[in-house]
Ligand binder design. Structure first.
Ligand code: SF4
Length: 213
């Protein structure tokens, strides 16, 4: 674990997460600190066996401090509801905790986080994984999969497969925002793929709950 977190030894995982969130709220480890309104640390059940990892805050998330707000968030809710889950049943975070944006036509537009920004923020994600100890991780989109599973991960080819990441069953599926950008047959295909992946993830989630007893 990154030495940044050697001092994060709360008595329980809520305390560890609260300390990490406090560190994130004042973090200046990368330039994404410059334009943020709010950091977006993560939400949900820190005792859930399932962690969802997305890409990073966009405009709405930056404004609210919450992950997956807006249309992509609504679709994520629908995806979870398809297997009878809500946000409160899982823990949701991102690979970067501040909005990546660039000036375009006189206003800030969301952009993908850069490799250096993802690397700078990774200790916080690792700290969350260490604290929560999920049994299953679902990466949402290619950047999350490249960060958590393998730098050479190809989302179209490698999604829907299980990977062992330090003993955690890990899968990646399409990001809800990607699904929303599809049209016609591509939209149907993307939705079917995500629904299939989430069913497999739910089966592992259930298994983890049963084993916990
Ligand atoms: Fe710090 Fe992560 Fe925000 Fe960069 S994105 S400033 S590393 S919290």
């Amino acid at each position: 674990m990154d030495s940044l977190f050697e001092s994060v030894e709360g008595e329980n995982r809520e305390e560890r997460l609260a300390e990490l969130a406090r560190q994130v709220s004042v973090c200046t480890r990368c330039d994404l600190a410059l334009n943020r309104t709010n950091t977006v640390f993560g939400t949900g059940d820190p005792y859930s066996p399932l962690m969802l990892v997305g890409e990073g805050p966009g405009e709405n998330e930056d404004a609210t401090g919450l992950p997956f707000v807006g249309r992509a968030g609504k679709l994520l809710d629908d995806i979870l509801a398809a297997v009878d889950l809500t946000r409160q049943d899982v823990y949701i975070t991102n690979i970067v905790k501040c909005r990546a944006a660039a000036q375009e036509g006189g206003r800030l537009k969301n952009r993908q986080p850069r490799t250096g920004e993802i690397r700078a923020c990774n200790p916080y994600l690792q700290g969350q994984i260490e604290a929560i100890k999920p049994r299953v991780i679902l990466c949402l989109g290619g950047p999350a999969a490249k960060t958590v599973i393998d730098k050479d991960f190809k989302i179209t080819k490698d999604r829907g497969k299980w990977y062992d990441v330090d003993g955690i069953k890990t899968m990646a599926t399409f990001h809800p925002a990607y699904v929303l950008r599809q049209r016609g047959d591509d939209l149907d295909r993307a939705k079917r793929a995500v629904w299939k992946d989430v069913q497999a993830v739910y089966a592992e989630y259930q298994k983890a709950l049963e084993e916990r007893g």
